[in-house]
Ligand binder design. Sequence first.
Ligand code: FES
Length: 615
Amino acid sequence: MTIPLIVLPENRRLEAEPNVTILKAAQAGGIDITATCGGRGRCTSCRVKFVSGSIPPPTIMDELQLGGDLVREGYRLSCQCRVTEPITVQVAPPLDEQAFQILGADSRFQDVARAAIDAGIAKQVVKASLPVDENHQTSDLEELLHVAGRTTDDVSPALLRDLPATLRAHDGEVTVTTFGRQVISVETGDTTLMKFGLAVDIGTTSVVTTLIDLESGEQLASVSSLNPQAAFGGDLMSRLAFAQFNPVNLRKLHTRIIGLLNQHVEETVRQSGVPARSIYKVVVVGNTCMHHIVLGIDPSHVGAAPYAPVMRHPVVLPAHELFLKVNPEARVCLLPIVAGFVGADTMGVVLATRIYESPETRIVVDIGTNGEVVLGSKTHLWACSAPAGPALEGAQLKHGMRGALGAIDRVTITDDVEVHTIGEASAIGICGSGTIDALAQMLDAGILDHTGLIQVDKRDQLPPRLRDRVGVRDDMRQFILVHAGEAGATADIVLTQGDVREVQLAKGAIASGMAMLQHVAGIPNDRIAELMLAGGFGNYLSIKSALRIGLIPQLPAEKIRYVGNAALLGAQLCLVSETERLRSEGIARSIEHVSLAMHPAFQDIFVECLSFPRS
Ligand code: FES
């Protein structure tokens, strides 16, 4: 017997198995409810509001994550709440996040790519003689290869299926497209001007695709979206746990990402007017988990010690094997992997930043749900991964949210608090860059001590307007950033002591990753020529605040720079240059991977990195 479950705002009526969680019932019915922590009751992303039916008593996770006010208003975590009677629930927040910030392609590409364009895709117009003499045995293909000066017989059956008609359409005049020695397309007439490719960065949180002219290197279109797999876990470990030893779930993740990539193809084609069949090369970067999933490879063992990937070498395969709706014989190239948690995206970062040919020691850090750090120079490179979790992206915080419309992204504390929101919209929550700003300012104002404790006992020493913002609610210390009515907020927006601890854990993970590589390499701060901040989060971060909370090493600000979405930049480089793509394997093999957890010095360094620097 099933139980009716109505989910708003889509107003979908589902039949739920008794005692299944609302989250699972919704997902089984094809409704996406964001489950950032993978249904472990450790975030608030899956919250729903009861509209009809009796509201079940809150679980301990409801109380902890949602707090008293939301619980009283009828909110529950859908991953914790089971369907036992007919109910109607409203999914919150709305599924379509507005104007979220994803770091897309950027103009730096043009500078880097100008050097050498050699995409590996060659086009040649030929006039093939059609076989005429019965006594002289030949074939369409042989005649074509002969006139094209090719000897390969590595031609796909799909291409051969169309060959007779193509050759005979224009009296043998065709354009032959090759990738290396392989003939990947034969088209009627002269199509030499049509040569395009896609660079794709599949992040745990977001996916960015750019369409590039392979002749000029010009970027013609760009699309970015949230990764639709987030419905099955926001951070890497939740996503891995979902797919682990479960082929059906792996299939779901694979199908989702391929579906999104095809949407991106459609959108870039729409923006640029380029026909999808003229896209002959696709370069994909992503962490090891995303890399495996896009290929449909089981990532189960990446999620458990010793975190071994299934393979590390670069992969090249025809697009039709992935059902990508570009030219079916387009070559999809995935960059090599360094280690389980240092994936093809890190290789993109290494190539784009040129750290591998730097005469001086540099650090590049890609701050995300899983941070990757690379330190070194042309002499040697070390890399590690730092599992920060999604707190720095606003998840798992009481009023945390992605960098979307209405998120507080800048905070200034003087005698009172001033906030800035994305899009100057009414404040509805706080995103990662806002949280880091807030903590830095709270440290300077004496609201937070260097251990991360909110100074409730010392609030009398604060200016009156700040004093009113510091307090205890539901047994939790908190700092009210925005009172209801301020900055357009309809309810208080707070940072709780729990939020501060979450951020400390996340920043401790990233900071200790950098500190560990410095320790292993024997490189103190004064020997670091530059720190490069890569990735979506890094780009929106205030360097001053990041230094203040000890997220990054204490270097002079002029030695720190943003390098944008370097993983995507690396994919673009490999798209337009086979020299770059082919060099990636050698570099990947030369990088020394440092496993943080296994290193005897790690615990001490991590504990040290949890605290905030004293002013
Ligand atoms: S609390 Fe339900 S998915 Fe995170």
